[in-house]
Write a protein that binds this ligand. Structure first.
Ligand SMILES: [Zn+2]
Length: 288
């Protein structure tokens, strides 16, 4: 299920020290774009599902449930699926094209569809051309209108599938999917060391980006180590707004994290805005 009009390029592993500026030049992102403010609207759907509205398009990340009634047909809809787990993917997304014909899908290659699914959801002909099946470590470009190009970089998840770094008009949105530092006290040292190495390898790529909005796991099941993944990400790169997710209906973990961070970074400047995600359907308008 490849999409004919998209340009796909494989990029070699980059040296961690590659400068962001070089990347801007390569992608023709000008200073004017970088300095330009952009208004975005973020809606929390459920778990790791978020809808992001920009001036010319919507980005829907890891939808598995929630209300999608407020999407306008006037803008392009871009649907991202990080991996196949039930809490990140719902086949109903393949019905969205009936209502929103100007749609583009980026679906991780671990998502498998049966013949029955393909028939049931009508994933043939025209719809299949709107689906790009993505793998980790790739870059995908999507033209919105005239020079408005979206650059999508995929990272390898430490669980399944991919994470997305999406750059548009000089602004970067990061959706981690299940790319996270999944260390557990009940696992042995070898498992946790291996996990840490795999996580750090991806963070070496993230380091090249200055992120405007990030969606990142903060998982209470990790108990005392719940904060390590988010700490590592915030240490490695600058993030303006971070939306914790994947907290299994326990949003109170966000307050706990903010208190911990206040103590930890007392007196030192931390510019990140850790967003209080409290309930499904909650929306934020952010100037980035
Ligand atoms: Zn998950």
């Amino acid at each position: 299920m490849a999409c004919g009009y998209l340009v796909v390029s494989t990029i070699e592993q980059e040296a961690p020290l590659k400068s962001t500026i070089k990347w801007w030049v390569r992608h023709n992102i000008t200073r004017k774009m970088v300095g330009k403010h952009m208004n975005i609207k973020v809606t929390y759907l459920a778990h790791s599902g978020f809808l992001v509205e920009l001036d010319t398009c919507y980005m829907l990340f890891d939808y598995y449930k929630g209300n999608l009634n407020n999407i306008s047909k006037d803008k392009k809809l871009i649907v991202f699926v990080s991996h196949s787990h039930y809490d990140h993917f719902n086949k109903d997304i393949f019905h969205l094209d009936e209502e929103y014909p100007d749609i583009q899908y980026y679906i991780s290659s671990d998502v498998k569809l049966s013949e029955k699914d393909i028939m049931e959801y009508g994933i043939t002909g025209e719809l299949s051309r709107k689906i790009e099946v993505v793998k980790a470590g790739q870059e995908y470009n999507l033209k919105i209108i005239s020079e408005n190009e979206i650059i999508i970089r995929t990272l390898k998840s430490t669980d399944k599938g991919v994470a997305y770094l999406v750059t548009y008009n000089g602004k970067t949105i990061y959706h981690a999917g299940d790319l996270h530092l999944w260390v557990w006290q009940e696992e042995d040292r070898q498992y946790n060391n291996n996990m840490t190495a795999r996580f750090n390898k991806e963070m070496a790529v993230v380091k090249n980006y200055s992120i405007d909005v990030a969606f990142v796991p903060l998982d209470p099941r990790q108990e005392d180590w719940y904060h390590l993944g988010m700490d590592a990400l915030l240490d490695i790169t600058s993030i303006k707004h971070i939306f914790p997710m994947h907290f299994w209906d326990k949003p109170e973990i966000i307050q706990k994290y903010k208190e911990y961070r206040n103590k930890q970074y007392k007196g030192k400047s931390t510019d990140v805005n850790i967003v209080d995600v409290e309930r499904t359907g909650q929306t934020w308008t952010i100037d980035i």
